[in-house]
Design a protein around this ligand. Structure first.
Ligand SMILES: [Zn+2]
Ligand SMILES: [Zn+2]
Length: 308
């Protein structure tokens, strides 16, 4: 006989939540998922009153689940979806189509930035540079910058990203192992704006495991990309995540515990090593801790290639 849901006690169990010792039907799972998003947003005071919120959507399951969940939990919230077309052949256009379908369903405004059309560069161009083995890292730097600029242009006060529990716990663990305290501090659930007029950055899915984001997408029939980025590689962080998964098999609550402990120590780290105020990049004027920002250092390599 199939088990009945531990919450409504009527429908059949479809999802096991081992760390919470719950067995839920699909409807109760969706309620559970949405309640956690709401609780996370409120716990960390992610959205100031009347804020316009931008959501960085890649076409992947996490950010798709985020946009959908926020629309569900906060029907009156002013939401704008922000998407970057990275110009990766056989991949980026597929992602954009999924994002367009999603915003159509939700009736949310969408702003798209096409890297090739607007900056004349594609992520693949970095194959010809010293970053050829670090495409994911350079792609991350470029995306972070463009989203910051898109947020200003879209006049949003808050920029929400779909970082999930594994992303955050994995990177935190990695930074911890290597003693990168300043980078550990950057994983806070809410990051203040880099400068006046810019958006704060928030991670409403920080407590949502990756597989639950996927399940939420499947139960809610949410369009998301079905192919992987052809440039993505197993990085150090990915391997570290596998270590976390191995421990989680023995202790399902482990990743949550790790996250909770990190969240407790982050404020202490900031007191130990206060950050110097940010200057401005000499080239683009963007807030930066070095004379020339990471974005300009990388994109100038491509511009130099074009001239050669
Ligand atoms: Zn139920
Ligand atoms: Zn710059």
């Amino acid at each position: 006989m199939p088990l009945t849901c531990g919450k409504c006690r009527s429908a059949n169990v479809e999802v096991q939540i081992p760390y919470a010792r719950m067995s839920l039907c699909s409807k109760c799972f969706v309620d559970f998922y949405l309640a956690r998003v709401k609780k996370t947003v409120e716990e960390f005071k992610m959205f100031p009153e009347n804020a316009r919120v931008g959501v960085a959507v890649s076409g992947g399951k996490d950010s798709a689940a985020l946009l959908h969940a926020l629309r569900r939990v906060y029907p009156d919230l002013k939401l704008v979806a922000l998407h970057i077309n990275l110009g990766i052949p056989g991949y980026s256009d597929h992602c954009q189509v999924k994002v367009e379908k999603l915003v159509d369903i939700l009736n949310v405004e969408l702003n798209v930035f096409n890297l090739q059309e607007e900056l004349g560069i594609k992520i693949g161009d970095f194959k010809k540079t010293s970053f050829k083995n670090k495409l994911c890292s350079v792609c991350g730097t470029i995306k972070r910058r463009i989203f910051e600029e898109m947020a200003v242009k879209a006049k949003v006060q808050v920029l929400a990203t779909g970082h999930n529990l594994e992303d955050v716990a994995g990177v935190m663990f990695n930074n911890f192992l290597y003693g990168r305290w300043d980078q550990l501090a950057r994983l806070k659930p809410v990051l203040p704006p880099l400068a006046e007029g810019m958006a704060s950055k928030v991670k409403p899915l920080i407590r949502s495991p990756e597989n639950e984001n996927l399940l939420y997408c499947l139960y809610e029939d949410i369009p998301f990309r079905e192919i992987d980025c052809p440039f993505s590689k197993r990085t150090g962080v990915r391997k570290r995540t596998e270590i976390l998964e191995a421990i989680a098999k023995h202790n399902p609550y482990f990743k949550h515990q790790l996250l909770n402990r990190f969240l407790e120590i982050i404020p202490l780290l900031e007191n130990v090593s206060p950050k110097p105020p940010l200057g401005r990049c000499k080239v683009c004027g963007f807030p930066s801790s070095s004379e020339i920002c990471a974005f300009c250092k990388r994109t100038s390599l491509i511009k130099r290639l074009d001239k050669a």
